[in-house]
Design a protein around this ligand. Structure first.
Ligand code: CO
Ligand code: CO
Length: 321
């Protein structure tokens, strides 16, 4: 949908726009000087959780994730919100409080924002961060031989869908919420410490959608070991019980032509790999000899990580059991 915009700006000379529409990535990066660049992103969505405070906090963790996916740090954020006129004031206040406290946890501050009335509630943030112009981590740096890591288990899409249907066990909800609330800051620090070659976050396009972007931008083929990919508790059970999201079908339709699936893959694993994530983890490629450093840095940050595959020469994705 951004193609007309890309075309309109094709001839515009903006040498300080280091990352923009020409090389679509997680966030825009604009250089201020040789040592500082601004990282800018915006994300908002309709409630995925019943608890307004948790929804606000998850929306903030999700919005800030794109700053971390570029290797940056959060400076400040602006709320963007739409609420029905009938929504109780206390509920709106709790959403904002959840967002503000999550931004605080990231070391940033909410500096303002804008709200409108809308029958369908929505909340998110425009986030401003900073990065050194020479230390930007994009989707485009993976090299053949790199190891591929994921820092959160998959399944938030199908689990939030179960929640809407009133079928989610309390313990499974707690685990999914805890995962979505976790900032990607620790994972980003670990990736920077271990000289990650490419970095992105797994959100609405699912693991395979975002892996496809890394493969295309880097000019490599990614081999993913399906059984090494972690699932949140209850996620595979929900898929087996027939719970679906509209997003996973769209993701599959969009990426399938570039995905080579092994014939012995259980269908539920394939569904999980396409499951759209809210506030998902980081997907990182690291030189093979730095993989151990990354794992150690993740432990130090209190972040889990799973080696789920590797980069090969070629193009597209290969998923094996
Ligand atoms: Co992103
Ligand atoms: Co985003």
């Amino acid at each position: 949908m951004l193609r007309p915009l890309t075309a309109a700006f094709a001839g515009v000379n903006a040498p300080d726009l280091l990352v923009g529409l020409q090389v679509a990535d997680d966030a825009a990066v604009y250089r201020l000087n040789d040592a500082q660049a601004i990282v800018q992103t915006l994300d908002f969505f309709a409630p995925v959780l019943d608890d307004p405070y948790q929804f606000g906090a998850v929306a903030a963790a999700n919005a800030m994730s794109d700053i971390y996916a570029m290797g940056g740090e959060v400076l400040f954020a602006l709320n963007i919100a739409a609420f029905p006129e009938t929504m109780p004031e206390e509920v709106v206040a709790e959403i904002f409080r959840g967002g503000a406290e999550k931004v605080r946890e990231a070391g940033g501050v909410v500096a303002g924002g804008h709200s409108i009335y809308d029958p369908e509630p929505k909340y998110g943030l425009a986030v401003t961060g900073s990065v050194h112009p020479q230390r930007i981590l994009t989707k485009g740096g993976a090299r053949a031989g790199d190891r591929l890591y994921l820092t959160k288990a998959l399944g938030t899409g199908v689990l939030c869908s179960s929640l809407k249907d009133g079928k989610l066990a309390a313990a499974d909800l707690d685990a999914a919420v805890a995962s979505m609330l976790q900032l990607n800051r620790g994972a980003s620090l670990a990736a920077r410490a271990a000289d990650a070659t490419a970095l992105t976050d797994v959100t609405g396009f699912g693991l395979l959608g975002h892996a496809d972007e890394v493969a295309c931008a880097s000019g490599v083929r990614l081999r993913i070991l399906a059984e090494a990919v972690p699932a949140l508790p209850g996620a595979l059970e929900a898929i087996r019980a027939g719970v679906r999201t509209g997003g996973s079908n769209r993701n599959e339709a969009y990426v399938a032509a570039r995905v080579d699936l092994a014939s012995d893959l259980p269908r539920e694993l394939v569904e999980l790999l396409y499951d759209p994530q809210t506030s998902g983890g980081l997907l990182a490629t690291l030189p093979a000899d730095r993989a151990g450093d990354f794992e150690a840095a993740c432990r130090e940050q209190g972040v889990r990580c799973w080696q789920i595959g590797e980069a090969l020469s070629g193009a597209g994705l290969q998923v094996v059991r």
